[in-house]
Design a protein around this ligand. Structure first.
Ligand SMILES: Nc1ncnc2c1ncn2[C@@H]1O[C@H](COP(=O)(O)OP(=O)(O)O)[C@@H](O)[C@H]1O
Ligand SMILES: [Mg+2]
Length: 250
């Protein structure tokens, strides 16, 4: 079943009196429970599209259909600038519980849910730690947990690795796979790195330069859980070649 249908989205920004098209007639379908990856060059319009999907921005034209089955929060969004999205004067546990506070959930229940999520994902972070003391990977973890605390149906991760060093990035790739497996969410993972997209995704969609349009897509049926041996497999190289052919095609 399609969880999300993005239909003919158009969006322009006005710069110096001129309309610059960023999305022009973009359509996508995302299945329930899949690990969907979206690959496209810098500045092509990926974040603009995710903002529209999350309700942070509005399209000029087009429609988004959400097929929700529950009363949970539908979409949680881990912003590209995850560090800047944390509240600096609140500690780790208060940042994570903040979406619950916004929903009017009382202190005792917030504490219970925060403890529960620490256990569920085996989090090795001090709940009382200050935001300024966190490494990039720890701050990313806090952003992820804050997104997950409301039990969303869909988790958007906008270039979650771009500010992380390589080792942390490898660790976060494992963590995100675990989250997907444990939380049973639909993941929309935005990337400008084709290796990450193929390693993690079930279904990869490749976008053009701005204005973004879909150039093509690939199914990536590798078994799970996936590990780093995948990078050495001949099938990995052939998916990558196929993806690059789509990306470089006219
Ligand atoms: N609020 C805005 N006002 C004007 N231009 C914008 C705004 N947001 C994004 N853009 C422009 O739209 C294009 C796509 O941006 P973005 O969606 O952030 O790209 P991506 O996430 O794919 O790197 C870029 O050229 C960017 O400069
Ligand atoms: Mg972006």
């Amino acid at each position: 079943m399609n969880h999300i249908e993005i239909c003919n989205i158009e969006k322009s920004f006005v710069e110096e009196g001129k309309a610059i098209p960023v999305l022009s007639g973009l359509s996508l379908a995302i299945e329930k429970g899949e690990f969907f990856t979206l690959f496209g060059p810098n500045g092509c319009g990926k974040t603009t599209l995710m903002n529209i999907l999350a309700g942070v921005g509005l399209p000029d034209k087009g429609e988004i259909r959400l097929n929700s089955e529950s009363h949970n929060s539908f979409v949680s969004y881990v912003f590209q600038d995850f560090m800047g999205s944390l509240i600096p004067w609140k500690n780790v546990e208060k940042n994570i519980a903040f979406p619950l506070k916004l929903r009017g959930i009382g202190k005792a229940e917030r504490k219970r849910r925060t403890e529960e999520i620490f256990d569920k994902f085996d989090v090795k972070l001090s709940p009382k730690a200050k935001i300024y003391s966190l490494s990039g990977g720890q701050a990313q973890m806090v952003s992820l947990l804050r997104a997950l605390i409301v039990n969303p149906e869909v988790l958007i991760l906008d270039e979650p690795f771009s500010a992380l060093d390589y080792k942390t990035r490898l660790f976060m790739m494992e963590t995100i796979q675990k989250i997907w497996h444990t939380a049973g969410v639909t993941i929309i993972f935005i990337s400008h790195d084709i290796d990450d997209a193929i390693y993690l995704g079930d279904h990869l969609v490749i976008l053009s330069e701005r204005p973004a349009r879909v150039k093509g897509s690939l199914e990536i049926p590798f078994e799970r859980p996936r590990d780093f041996n995948l990078f050495g497999r001949p099938e990995f190289a052939s998916y990558k070649k196929e993806a690059l052919e789509i990306f470089l095609s006219l």
